[in-house]
Design a protein around this ligand. Structure first.
Ligand code: M6R
Length: 590
């Protein structure tokens, strides 16, 4: 959450930072701000509420500069106001900084500073960092003041700092990502690479417990624990600027939905030796867990089913935020399989840290292979989905389903069959990702657009797809969408069904079909309107969204009409499907 960009170099810092922040808007879009340092060392700042996407250079009202820092915010401490927007000055206005993360002990630090006479202008934890630096600065050079401040902070964060009159930019990382991009005579620091990929693909990754000082457009790296020099390796990343663009599509979400035929096919490109090795580890493990958040948690739940059905293994799926309640069951014989698109999700990182303390091996099913989680995991299966910029996860989810399925087939000892089936499914996705199908989904969206509630039912492998469907509909349409295992209906939720309540029923061509159709009939008998998704039309369906018959892998295709439905509902309701209210793409706070 929150995006940071800093720049030092011969070009206009305002333009580089503004452009970079626009690429990071997926990390938060409550408010934004930029501070630059003039040739004479004077700090100037502009901040505002709202999205930075539509801000132009003329709106900035800042004079040209060679270095600066910027921020796009997802509010944690303090409401969405200009006063709470970053960058924050210290009390004497000599230190200015941006933060991505949370200072958990900010209350205690603030009290101490207040006793020393500091006055705070915002409700944020970030202003506390700025004033702590100012306080240390009375006795120490800036770099040492930043280092000592970082050691005082509890929680996960990353900061970038500038000081009036100096020529340095200093950044430090403890739990939130920071990447340093270098081009001839210029340096970028950002929360994610797309912020500067148009200018360079040469980067240094900052690790937790490290800081970087940029002077004369040259970065130098230091340890936060003792301030000593650390060596960092320069890496060339394989990300192309155009992959992060939306091209001719109206939104990233629809572009990413449409890419799924290719991304599903790419997801099966896994290192066979590693698949076999991890499959063997799964076979011999005891007390293993699948861990993720949000849509990735629903992928983990699907993993629970596919490992049971295909691999004949029991693995527990737990939401990362709840994992600590089960961590007592970890032993060195356990495995942890984590699923994450961004690779930066705070709750997942915390679960991994717990696992590592117990000597548990961690396997990551990840999109961002240079992320924090990728570097913490012992084995990484890249899902190869390419940059996913819409907050709602679509192509990453289906790629994660594919990798999970392949891993289950590897446990069964039949990787070739898993690949064959998945490649076939990827081809059949074409039937759903075309304008004609899109028009039909739109009609259903028009029928649903005024509804306040919609329920989604599934059985077996479609229970986690029902969960994923509820997440997609909630975040894009803002309709109350809730999923149930269909068999649970008459144990309570059936009481919610009245005349014309819309109920989406996910079906396949498998052993669960007869039962779920009976459940649909029970709903219809109470006035519910049934929107069936599946390969075959059943009499009970009032509306039918056809999907190809892919046998046991129905989850791979059933989610596509839901993604399209959510997108169309969002558009019909005038929502921005790429930026759902209150959310951010990368959830780096607990
Ligand atoms: O980056 P991650 O996969 O770890 O993110 C996990 C969730 O925050 C994410 O899936 C979220 O639920 C999406 N907005 C769902 O579309």
């Amino acid at each position: 959450m929150c995006g940071i960009v800093a720049y030092q170099g011969p070009h206009d810092a305002r333009q580089r930072i503004l452009e970079g922040l626009k690429y990071l808007e997926y990390r938060g879009y409550d408010s934004w701000g930029i501070a630059v340092r003039s040739e004479t060392g004077v700090l100037n700042r502009v901040r505002n509420t709202g999205e930075i996407g539509s801000v132009s250079m003329a709106d900035l009202k800042l004079s040209q500069a060679r270095d600066g820092i910027g921020h796009t915010r997802w509010a944690t401490h303090g409401g969405v106001t200009v006063k709470n927007a970053h960058p924050h000055f210290s009390m004497n206005k000599k230190v200015v900084l941006v933060q991505n993360g949370i200072v958990e002990n900010y209350g205690a630090l603030k009290k101490n500073l207040e006793k020393k006479g500091y006055v705070f202008l915002s409700e944020t934890d970030t202003e506390v960092i700025a004033n702590t630096i100012e306080e240390y600065r009375k006795k120490h050079p800036l770099k040492e003041a930043v280092r000592r401040t970082m050691k005082d902070l509890e929680g996960r964060n990353a900061i970038v700092v500038m000081e009036q009159g100096s020529q340095e930019i200093i950044a430090a990382r403890n739990g939130s990502p920071l990447i340093v991009g270098v081009a001839p005579h210029e340096v970028f620091i950002a929360s994610d690479i797309p912020a500067f990929i148009a200018y360079t693909n040469t980067v240094y990754y900052l690790d937790d417990g490290q800081m970087v000082c940029v002077k004369d457009a040259r970065p130098e790296f230091f340890s936060l624990s003792n301030g000593s020099h650390v060596a960092r390796r320069k890496i060339t990343v394989d990300i192309k600027a155009k992959d992060a663009e939306k091209g001719d599509y109206a939104h990233y979400m629809i572009k990413e939905i449409m890419e799924q035929k290719e991304t599903t096919r790419r997801a099966v490109e896994q290192d066979e030796q590693q698949l076999k090795k991890v499959a063997d580890m799964i076979d011999h493990a005891y007390g293993s867990f699948l861990v993720g958040c949000g849509s990735a948690a629903a992928v983990c739940k699907l993993g629970e089913y596919v490992f049971a059905k295909i691999g004949n293994r029991h693995i527990n799926a737990v939401e990362a935020s709840e994992f600590k309640h089960f961590s007592g069951f970890l032993t060195p014989r356990s495995l942890m399989i984590v699923v994450s698109q961004s690779g930066e999700t705070a709750d997942v990182i915390e679960a991994i840290e717990t696992a590592k303390k117990k000597k548990v091996k961690v396997i990551g099913i990840l999109n961002n292979t240079s992320s924090t989680i990728a570097r913490l995991a012992d084995y990484v299966f890249p899902i190869h989905a390419g940059p996913e910029r819409a907050v709602a996860s679509t192509k990453a989810v289906t790629a994660q389903y594919a990798v999970m399925t392949l891993l289950a087939y590897a446990v069964r000892g039949d990787i070739a069959e898993g690949k064959r089936l998945l490649v076939e499914v990827a081809g059949q996705m074409n039937d759903l990702l075309n304008p004609r199908y899109g028009q039909y989904v739109k009609k259903i969206a028009k029928m649903l657009v005024r509804q306040e509630h919609v329920y989604i039912l599934g059985r077996g492998v479609n229970v986690p797809i029902a969960k994923e469907s509820s997440i997609k509909l909630q975040e894009i349409s803002y309709i109350h969408a809730e999923s149930f295992a269909a068999g649970e209906l008459k144990h309570g939720p059936l009481a919610l069904i009245t005349k014309k309540t819309p109920v989406i029923v996910l079906t396949g061509n498998d052993g669960d079909t007869i039962d779920i159709i009976s459940n649909a009939k029970e709903v219809q008998a109470r006035g519910g309107v049934i929107i069936g998704i599946g390969p075959h039309k059943h009499e009970v369906f009032d509306y039918w969204l056809h999907v190809p018959d892919v046998g046991e892998l129905s989850y791979m295709v059933n989610v596509l009409p839901i993604q399209l439905l959510a997108y169309n509902l969002g558009i019909l309701k005038g929502n921005n499907p790429d930026k759902p209210r209150n959310l951010a793409k990368s959830v780096t706070v607990k």
